[in-house]
Write a protein that binds this ligand. Structure first.
Ligand SMILES: Cc1cc2nc3c(=O)[nH]c(=O)nc-3n(C[C@H](O)[C@H](O)[C@H](O)COP(=O)(O)O)c2cc1C
Length: 210
């Protein structure tokens, strides 16, 4: 079997992490870099990620994730939060980054700027939040694949109270709203699901080939 596919069979949404086994600093940085390099609409990356290793903070957050053990037993908790302030100022900063990174005058990015002004910036707040959340999930998917490549376990998690997380992490003051979590670490040998076969739609059900 192709190695990439083999790794995707190996990974699973880990329920029980080994609390004794920590992800190395280098591996964690690799995973964060995979998130950072994720594609996003226009490249706007309308989100930030809280990287929470502090056990005390994670213990405080656990009840707001319905007591799911991954929050405290994993090596690291990632909280993906979208930006609620994708506005003219946000766009200016984005264009500035383009200009500096590619060493070209800001004028060269005028068409891109106008495209964004005429699309994303015209969205209602609700549509904008919806759009921003969708970008987050691309990064989450990238994290899952990158972690599988390193044989590191991840549990993607939507089972949490976003308002409570925002409060506990003071996200509102940073114009952020939590949308999904990922716990990162190593599976416990006792996790019942670690050897379970993947339950997926068949290719016939999933793909229409034209
Ligand atoms: C966006 C998202 C949210 C999820 N939320 C949770 C969760 O809160 N708790 C949990 O144990 N698993 C959660 N899962 C894991 C899924 O149940 C799991 O990915 C799915 O059953 C497929 O199984 P596999 O990932 O083990 O192959 C979530 C998965 C995704 C993609």
């Amino acid at each position: 079997m192709n190695k990439y596919i083999e790794n995707l069979h190996w990974r699973y949404a880990t329920k029980n992490f080994n609390p004794e086994k920590q992800v190395s600093k280098d591996d964690l940085e690799t995973l964060l870099e995979a998130i950072r390099l994720s594609a996003s609409s226009y490249g706007l990356q309308p989100y930030e990620v809280m990287v929470i290793e502090d056990p005390k903070v994670r213990a405080k957050l656990k009840p707001a994730a319905f007591g799911q053990p991954q929050i405290t037993d994993s090596s690291c908790l990632l909280v993906f939060a979208f930006n609620t302030n994708v506005d003219e100022h946000y766009l200016e900063e984005f264009i500035k980054n383009n200009s500096e990174t590619r060493n070209k005058p800001v004028e060269d990015f005028q068409d891109l700027k106008e495209m964004i002004q005429n699309s994303v910036l015209t969205f209602t707040e609700e549509a904008k939040h919806n759009w921003a959340s969708r970008q987050v999930y691309i990064a989450l998917g990238n994290l899952l694949s990158a972690a599988a490549d390193l044989k590191i376990d991840v549990c993607p998690m939507e089972g949490f109270n976003s308002a409570e997380f925002d409060e506990l992490l003071d996200l509102k003051s940073k114009n952020l709203k939590s949308v999904t979590l990922a716990t990162v670490g190593y599976r416990s040998e006792t996790d019942q699901l670690k050897d379970a076969l993947k339950v997926r739609k068949s290719k016939e059900e999933l793909f229409t080939r034209i």
